[in-house]
Design a protein around this ligand. Structure first.
Ligand code: S3P
Length: 445
């Protein structure tokens, strides 16, 4: 049964709001913990559905995982090349990151692994991971277009490769590096556009040798294969992609001042905040520090009058998940915001370019999609709202439009809240505690 929600005008958003752990780093900590020798302690793990699916997968591969308390986990790994053949199909749920990284990890043993996922994941392209893995000697059988369900069969010996990424994707890069762990020799990924580097950072943290060189054709990331990974403690920062929602809410709702502690500020993830600062946002970074190799800070965000700007295509990889919420901020800005180079948005949990544009239009905001560029015309007299947005199993579309409702003239509903639990369990309760007015809603009610 779908569970619709409605978001009405919020009171000023105030106080300290604890955003859950980073989704990207959480997936990686469970997978690398499972490939390391010894016991990895993880603190601050995101306990969203995407990550719980990866935890179940790692158990099926024979790693031992135990939850010790909220966000506190212990993983006893099996060593590089030591995963067992899962006895059943691995269900990655909604998680593109989960399936793509696990495909790489599974490839490192001569075992057959069968993967599937929910209706959204089964629509998403996996050929981008299958192509480089096939070059390494892995056999992959999938539905048309590389879509799941699919099987990954690892060879006796993987071949190391040098591979230039045809799309800017940290998931593809990570799948190749995780497979490369089991290959003799050096595996190199060349990325013409830099993408998030959590895999490289964590591989080093667990003792692998990873060299990075910035050359004319892009960043060359070279992993020396067959390392002994040893268990290391991991502290997962709060997710900047999740922090984006309360941050933009605080910018839009008059009188707001929210503190968001311990947010990851890795520059390859920080494009949204850079963009908001350029739009005139009052966002302060304090208490900057490094935890398990990742930079972290506390953010203080205050209500601000934003102005429209042009966001260059080069910035897309550092804020790829944040365009729906940036478009919501742009709807309230003075002037026009142009976001260029959004082709990858079409293959996320939903076609986010279309969902964002259609959703804004139904809330009374003028938008244009030209090729892969999105233009949002700021609604100088306020956003009318008064619409119901289809979520289509996409957590970020759900949260973005609930935030829009907090500052719109009439309330905005979403048709199903379920997807939010994939990345931000407790979103409604945390936002309401800070001053939002999100409630269950019956259609027509
Ligand atoms: C992720 C990479 C990005 C991002 C996703 C998480 C990761 O996907 O959209 O939410 O953890 O590596 P792509 O690799 O498809 O760009």
């Amino acid at each position: 049964m779908p569970q619709p929600l409605i978001s009405s005008r919020a009171r000023p958003l105030t106080g300290t709001l604890r955003v859950p752990g980073d989704k990207s780093i959480s997936h990686r900590s469970l997978i690398l913990g499972g490939l390391a020798i010894g016991e990895t302690r993880i603190d601050g793990l995101l306990e969203g559905e995407d990550i719980l699916a990866t935890a179940a997968a790692m158990r099926a591969f024979g790693a031992k995982l135990e939850r010790l308390g909220p966000g506190e986990w212990r993983v006893v790994g099996r060593g590089v090349g030591g995963l067992e053949e899962p006895a059943d199909v691995i269900d990655c749920g909604n998680a593109g990151t989960g399936i793509r990284l696990l495909m790489g990890a599974a490839a490192g043993q001569p075992i057959a692994t069968f993967f599937t996922g929910d209706g959204s994941l089964r629509r998403r392209p996996m050929g981008r991971v299958a192509a480089p893995l096939a070059q390494m000697g892995v056999q992959i059988v999938s539905r048309e277009g590389g879509r799941p369900p699919l099987a990954v069969i690892g060879p006796e010996t993987l071949m190391p490769i040098a591979y230039t990424l045809p799309v800017a994707s940290a998931q593809v890069k990570s799948a190749i590096l995780l497979a490369g762990l089991a290959a003799p020799g050096e595996t190199t990924v060349i990325e013409p556009k830099w993408t998030r580097d959590h895999t490289e950072t964590m591989l080093r943290h667990f003792g692998a040798e990873v060299r990075v060189q910035d050359l004319e054709d892009g960043r060359h990331i070279t992993l020396v294969g067959q390392p002994d990974l040893s268990a290391r403690p991991v502290i997962v920062p709060a997710d900047p992609s999740s922090a984006a929602f309360p941050a933009v809410a605080a910018l839009l709702v008059e009188g707001s001042e929210l503190t968001l502690p311990g947010i990851g500020i890795n520059p390859l993830r920080f494009g949204l905040f850079q963009t908001l600062l350029e739009m005139g946002a009052d966002i302060e970074l304090t208490n900057t520090r490094t935890e398990a190799g990742e930079p972290v800070a506390d953010l203080v965000v205050r209500h601000s009058r934003l102005k429209g700007i042009e966001v260059p295509a080069e910035r897309a990889p550092s804020m790829i998940d944040e365009y729906p919420i940036l478009a919501v901020a742009a709807a309230h800005a003075e002037g026009t915001t142009v976001m260029r180079g959004l082709e990858e948005l079409r293959v996320k949990e939903s076609d986010r370019l279309t969902a964002t544009a259609k959703g804004l239009a139904s809330c009374g905001v003028r938008v244009d999609v030209t090729g892969d560029d999105l233009t949002v015309y700021g609604a100088a007299n306020g956003v009318p709202g008064d619409a119901t947005i289809p979520v289509d199993l996409d957590h970020r579309i759900a949260m973005a439009f609930l935030v829009l409702g907090m500052a719109a003239e009439s309330a905005i509903a979403i048709d199903d809240e379920a997807a939010i639990a994939t990345s931000f369990p407790g979103f409604k309760e945390l936002m309401n505690h800070a001053g939002a007015a999100i409630a269950a809603w019956a259609a027509g009610g």
